[in-house]
Design a protein around this ligand. Structure first.
Ligand SMILES: Nc1nc2c(ncn2[C@@H]2O[C@H](COP(=O)(O)OP(=O)(O)OP(=O)(O)O)[C@@H](O)[C@H]2O)c(=O)[nH]1
Ligand SMILES: [Mg+2]
Length: 348
């Protein structure tokens, strides 16, 4: 156990692939913490080329996401999928495992909500094939929107074929995290206007599937009607998000939900859409990293001595704000290439 404390990342990966959960937890902690070690770990995971199928579960606080996730774990364990591409050194146990990432973008530290999530998923505490991990923002550049894909790739590289990502809340970051999955499940509750709230929060656009959880309460039919109406008004591709009624508290409807998730996965796979979707996602991730890097560089420029000089010239009306920005940004540009014939070229 204490062995993983000082182990190098590739040793940790080897251990994680053979089923060592302490090693896996350590890898995820490294990713979450950010910094050079996170980069090393994320790099190894990325280059392994391993992919896990990801299912995002999102919706308003208290909608029943964790209870539902707990039920989905049971479904996934009793009807495991064939892994996409587990490595040869992955133990069979790992290949039939399920990982859960409980993500709370709103709280910088592991707080009450996540503790509650853990409690709600306690029924799998003794199942070696279930790996539950909560994630909050730490030092990761670009926050959780970037840390979650890294974490997913670490899980995939460890041989886990399926990752359920529960995100708490309905803000922009949550929507981004939740939609960065292969299948996105949006959970709503019965009651007047819940479907409309989901629409307002931007959840309608990201949903591959709707769940009306707590259908034991009145209003489920009206909520379904609202959602259908809104879907009618949305321009959809060749996938119309199905709406599944569940009572996560009892497990009713959860088998249908698992089936619907599988149907969406089959749809993506059969049309070659899955590869395209992942590629698009990767490009977005690249753009985000780029934007975060540039923002870092801008901050750096603002802290330089030259900044005060430019600001002073701006204040005395010697330069206008655009010129001020341009002269600061000039520091971002790469050094000019050597003039032709200087001998520093590629020879020839
Ligand atoms: N009546 C009823 N209650 C439910 C159902 N599913 C969950 N609950 C209850 O709803 C409450 C919230 O459930 P959670 O699973 O924690 O909801 P959540 O969406 O994960 O909540 P946050 O993570 O805090 O956003 C709990 O008290 C559950 O027992 C259901 O189908 N019917
Ligand atoms: Mg929860």
């Amino acid at each position: 156990m204490s062995r993983s404390r000082n182990a190098a990342p590739d040793e940790l990966f080897a251990a994680a692939r053979s089923g060592d959960r302490v090693a896996l937890a350590r890898l995820l902690s490294l990713v979450e913490r950010g910094g050079p070690q996170a980069r090393t770990v994320a790099g190894i995971a990325y280059r392994s080329g391993s992919e896990a199928y990801t299912v995002g579960i999102t919706g308003a606080p208290g909608a029943g996401k964790s209870t539902l996730t707990d039920r989905l774990i049971a479904e996934a364990r009793s009807h495991p999928w064939v892994p996409e591409a587990a490595g040869t050194d992955v133990s069979p146990d790992a290949a039939a495992s399920v990982a859960v990432l409980a993500v709370d973008p709103s709280s910088p530290f592991t707080g009450g909500a996540i503790l509650g999530d853990r409690v709600r998923m306690q029924s799998h505490a003794l199942d070696e094939g279930v790996f539950i991990r909560s994630m909050a923002t730490r030092g990761h550049l670009g926050g959780l929107t970037l840390a979650v894909p890294d974490a997913v790739r670490v899980l995939a590289a460890a041989g886990l074929p399926l990752v359920l990502v529960e995100t708490v809340g309905v803000g922009q970051v949550e929507v981004e995290v939740a939609s960065a999955t292969d299948t996105t499940v949006v959970v709503v509750n019965p009651g007047w206007g819940d479907g409309i709230q989901a629409n307002k929060a931007g959840l309608l656009e990201i949903a591959d599937l709707f769940v009306i959880n707590k259908s034991d309460r009145p209003g489920a039919r009206e909520t379904r009607r609202d959602l259908e109406l809104m879907l009618d008004l949305t321009s959809l591709g060749d996938w119309r998000p199905p709406i599944v009624d569940t009572v996560a508290a009892t497990g009713a409807g959860v088998a249908d939900l698992w089936e619907a998730i599988g149907a969406h996965r089959d749809h993506l796979r059969s049309k070659g859409l899955l590869a395209a979707l992942r590629r698009e996602r990767l490009e977005r991730e690249f753009d985000r990293i780029l934007a975060a890097r540039v923002a870092d560089r801008v901050g750096e420029l603002q802290r330089r001595d030259g900044y005060a000089h430019i600001a002073a010239k701006l204040a005395s009306h010697d330069i206008d704000p655009y010129e001020a920005a341009d002269s600061l940004l000039a520091g971002l540009e790469p050094p000019a290439p050597p003039p032709a014939g200087s001998g520093a070229g590629d020879g020839g």
